[in-house]
Ligand binder design. Structure first.
Ligand code: PMP
Length: 395
């Protein structure tokens, strides 16, 4: 190994480990369901994004197996050479219908979708206004584009309006975009889509909503933008296929012209091999289930409301989530990490989220109830929360 690399790795790894910041990855022995097995122990799982339980749904598995038999395991090329199969085309048409737009484009992940889509449209002649709590993939997509990045206070429409006006008045930029998560995954709060549409229309700003955590959850499954009736008013409806939809991938839904442009300029679409046929088929099946059967969606909300009510009644601070995402805000970073460790020891897999992912002093244990959890599982989790909350003096 190069001496410089050896030095870099040992110094930095040692530093992380000595500060207790090195994240040892837990390995699941089996599916990521409402209960998971780690090192032989079964735990109630409150940490996955598998909101509707579709990641291990029999119908999706069947669709994936049939697609594998028909098309093989790989697409064989990037989309623009000959890696576009009819199943990819069907997935994109399905996404457009589901999102209420003219067209859609699928990517291999939500992360590379943000990287590709933002940088396909925005350039160094432009400015991007970005909510300060936006996801890392948005931040990286903005950086890659070379545009001027202007942070906007979280969910603050007046700050957005003022900074947008300032950017316009400077005369420095050809285009201005505003980007926000649809649902913020650390607090479970929902973007003010009405306010965003109003400001973007008034000032002619391109609007981009990353609905990774809203798709399948908000708007009877169709997402936050549709929930507020703005499918035609938001330019980019971005989302992932990896959370409620249960598989993996990302997409943008929008006008035909926008999607035509992304298909010739979004670099991960052009230069990285297509989604596997099994992946595409499972996503189509997931959307079919969401469109035809509201029961999973209803169960998800019922479970979210139940968990929130029970934890709040015990005296925990669960913030102001407007979705099933249930943060238990503890504050101190070390105490938060200890709380999560104790939960895992007692049988609940719920991870701590601390600075720098969330602001200093707002450490929390984040809980993601899903449609697959039973009342018994949630009650058992609440019982363990109560025990540890009292033990550590949090309640
Ligand atoms: N955007 C947001 C808001 C996310 O939370 C995530 C996933 N953590 C992504 C994008 C990336 O999606 P994916 O996991 O599909 O790459």
């Amino acid at each position: 190994m190069s001496k410089a690399l050896e030095k870099f790795l040992s110094e930095n790894l040692d530093d992380l480990k000595s500060k207790g910041l090195y994240n040892e990855i837990d390995i699941l022995e089996g599916a990521n369901g409402p209960k998971i097995k780690i090192r032989g122990r079964e735990l109630i799982n409150l940490s996955s994004n598998n909101y509707l339980g579709l990641a291990n749904d029999e119908r999706l598995k069947k669709a994936a197996k049939e697609a594998t038999d028909r098309y093989g395991v790989g697409a064989g090329a990037v989309r623009t050479i000959n890696g576009t199969m009819d199943i990819h085309d069907e997935l994109e048409k399905t996404l457009a219908r589901f999102k209420g737009t003219e067209a859609a484009i699928a990517f291999q992940s939500g992360f590379n979708c943000n990287m590709g889509a933002i940088s396909a449209v925005m350039t160094k002649k432009d400015a991007i206004l970005s909510d300060e709590l936006n996801h890392a993939s948005i931040i990286d997509g903005c950086r890659l584009s070379g545009a001027k990045i202007i942070r906007v206070k979280h969910q603050d429409m007046e700050d957005l309006r003022a900074k947008a006006k300032e950017a316009i008045a400077s005369g420095l930029y050809e285009k201005i975009m505003y980007i926000s998560d649809g649902v913020f995954s650390m607090d479970g709060d929902v973007a003010n889509i009405d306010g965003i549409v109003e400001v973007c229309k008034e000032l002619d700003i391109i609007s981009y909503i990353d609905d990774a955590h809203g798709s399948g959850v908000m708007g009877k499954g169709a997402g936050t933008v549709k929930h507020f009736g703005h499918a035609k008013n938001i330019d980019f409806q971005m989302g992932t296929l990896s959370k409620a939809i249960g598989v993996v991938g990302g997409y943008v839904a929008g006008t035909k012209d926008l999607i035509d442009w992304l298909k010739v300029r979004a670099r991960p679409f052009l230069f990285s091999t297509s989604l596997t046929p099994a992946n595409a088929a499972a996503c189509i099946e997931a959307i079919r289930i969401m469109e035809e059967d509201p029961s999973l969606h209803q169960k998800l909300w019922e479970n979210g409301d139940f968990l929130k009510k029970e934890l709040k009644n015990l005296g925990f601070n669960i913030g102001a989530s407007a979705t099933p995402i249930t943060p238990v805000i503890i504050g101190d970073e070390t105490l938060t990490q200890k709380f999560s460790r104790r939960l895992i020891e007692e049988g609940v897999y719920a991870k701590s989220i601390v600075f720098p992912t969330v602001p200093m002093g707002t450490g929390r244990v984040r809980n993601m109830p899903t449609a697959q959890h039973t009342k018994e599982m949630l009650l058992e989790a609440v019982r363990i929360y109560e025990k540890i909350g009292k033990e550590l003096g949090v309640i």
